[in-house]
Design a binder for this molecule. Structure first.
Ligand code: ATP
Ligand code: MG
Length: 430
């Protein structure tokens, strides 16, 4: 026997037993985005490495240590996308979509970060991602947050908290940066290695440190909100007014910054106390300078990303995960003579009822074995075809969940009878 090849560290299989929860989440996502007029955009999983270096920023966890980057056989420098925004911005520029001026987009798919694997933190994970381009005012910031709130609400999730902050403009941030440099400089001896490096490179990043010792120092740091420029202040106040108007509870968190450098003005996060330390389920903000930074015409942008694994974990923990999908009917086929008419019957039934979920017993087996499989499948009904039924031109319909007599039904009446029993909707003939 060959040696078993294990999966890569931090990379997970989503087993069939969990598929229903994922599909439910993805269904709700499609509905909610459609309800706000957002269009799906599918972008590549691989991009040029420089795209992420230039957009995400040098002094970030992602660029410093988390990217899966390689040089391919043709000497191209390639990175597996660690997040979706950079690729989407690249794509709206390279496809000329910004000529349409205003875009509302969403995308969903795997992201890759080489971080230390732990509960809720993986090396391949999935995000739902929303992005909008061409909207400068706070109304889109509000819409983005309302959309995420509706999505979480429609999933039934509780115990979530919305944190908001404003990072101002690059100019007001430059002033703030000086204040932070002075503050953290005075605490230099107590800073960890990452923070020391960031003190010189980008002191704002220290605010996002996960180290509890750093968080204690951060608590006393100056706050950008207090020295915000007038326009950013008005923008933030308007956003808050929208949220209040919609009854969305929020908490202003003056030290909230995002893990990436490109944010301006609004930043926000949805957090939960139900997942231990990996508490952020959705995070986003405005990035007005990013399109220009990546070579496009200056265009304001805003977006958020939601971690699908963390949402599925919450759904499962709160008993909200959708039930595993089960067949409605299990076709029991015993004996040589039942095989051909049996599979034919199954195809006819699927022609008649496109929504019907029917699983055929394949590979033979006694009545006893096949009924065991029928029961395990979760189906409500079994259709039974054996030599005897074939001779008589009937099939038996048996309710597997209720104690009612099995009925013998003429072959040409089975479809109709099943339709009635299951309340099926007929389809157009194919
Ligand atoms: P953190 O501070 O937790 O490292 P981040 O700032 O790196 O988060 P974002 O880049 O904003 O996270 O990603 C948005 C969301 O994607 C996160 O809130 C989280 O739900 C999810 N996410 C991020 N990294 C991972 C990961 N390694 N595994 C699973 N989900 C993740
Ligand atoms: Mg991270």
């Amino acid at each position: 026997m060959g040696k078993i090849i294990p999966p890569l560290r931090g990379v997970h299989d989503i087993l069939p037993g969990h598929a229903a929860a994922w599909q439910h989440l993805e269904r709700v996502v499609r509905e909610v985005f459609a309800g706000y007029g957002y269009e799906e955009f599918r972008v590549p999983v691989i991009e040029q490495t420089q795209l992420f270096k230039r957009s995400i920023g040098d002094f970030t966890d992602i660029v410093e240590k988390e990217m899966f980057s390689f040089v391919d056989q043709g000497e191209d420098h390639i990175t597996l996308r660690p997040e979706a925004t950079a690729g989407i911005v690249r794509a709206v520029i390279s496809n000329g979509l910004l000529r349409e001026n205003r875009l509302r987009l969403w995308c969903m798919g795997p992201m890759f970060r080489r971080e230390r694997p732990q509960a809720g933190r993986f090396r391949q994970f999935h995000q739902i991602d929303a992005e909008a381009f061409g909207f400068a005012g706070p109304d889109i910031d509000a819409e983005m947050i309302l959309l995420s709130a509706r999505l979480l609400r429609r999933l039934g999730l509780g115990r979530l908290k919305l944190l908001v902050n404003s990072l101002g403009t690059p100019a007001s941030r430059a002033v703030y940066r000086e204040q932070l440099t002075a503050y953290f400089g005075a605490h230099a001896a107590a800073l960890d290695e990452d923070s020391k490096r960031r003190l010189i490179g980008n002191p704002l990043r220290i605010l996002d440190s996960k180290n509890p010792d750093m968080q204690r120092i951060v608590a006393g740091a100056p706050r950008l909100l207090e020295s915000l420029d007038a326009e950013s202040k008005a923008h933030f106040e308007m956003l808050c007014a929208h949220l209040k108007g919609e009854g969305i509870e929020y908490h202003v968190e003056p030290h909230l910054v995002r893990g990436l450098d490109y944010y301006t003005r609004t930043v926000f996060e949805w957090t939960t106390d139900a997942l231990g330390s990996q508490s952020t389920v959705c995070a986003g903000g405005r990035y007005d300078g990013l399109v220009e930074q990546l070579g496009g015409v200056a265009t304001p942008g805003i977006g958020w990303a939601m971690g699908q694994e963390r949402i599925v974990m919450l759904l499962e923990a709160q008993g909200l995960a959708a039930e595993r999908d089960r067949p409605q009917v299990y076709l029991v086929l015993v004996g040589e003579r039942a095989q051909v008419p049996g599979l034919h019957l199954a195809e006819l039934l699927r022609d008649a009822w496109p929504d019907l979920k029917l699983q055929s017993n394949l590979g033979g087996g006694s009545f006893k074995t096949q009924f065991k499989r029928a029961d395990k499948s979760g189906a409500q009904f079994a259709i039974v075809l054996g030599d005897d039924e074939v001779t008589r031109g009937v099939a038996a319909i048996k309710d597997l969940r209720r104690d009612v007599a099995q009925e013998a039904c003429p072959m040409d009446r089975i479809s109709e009878r099943l339709g009635t029993l299951l309340g099926l909707k007929p389809g157009n003939a194919e």
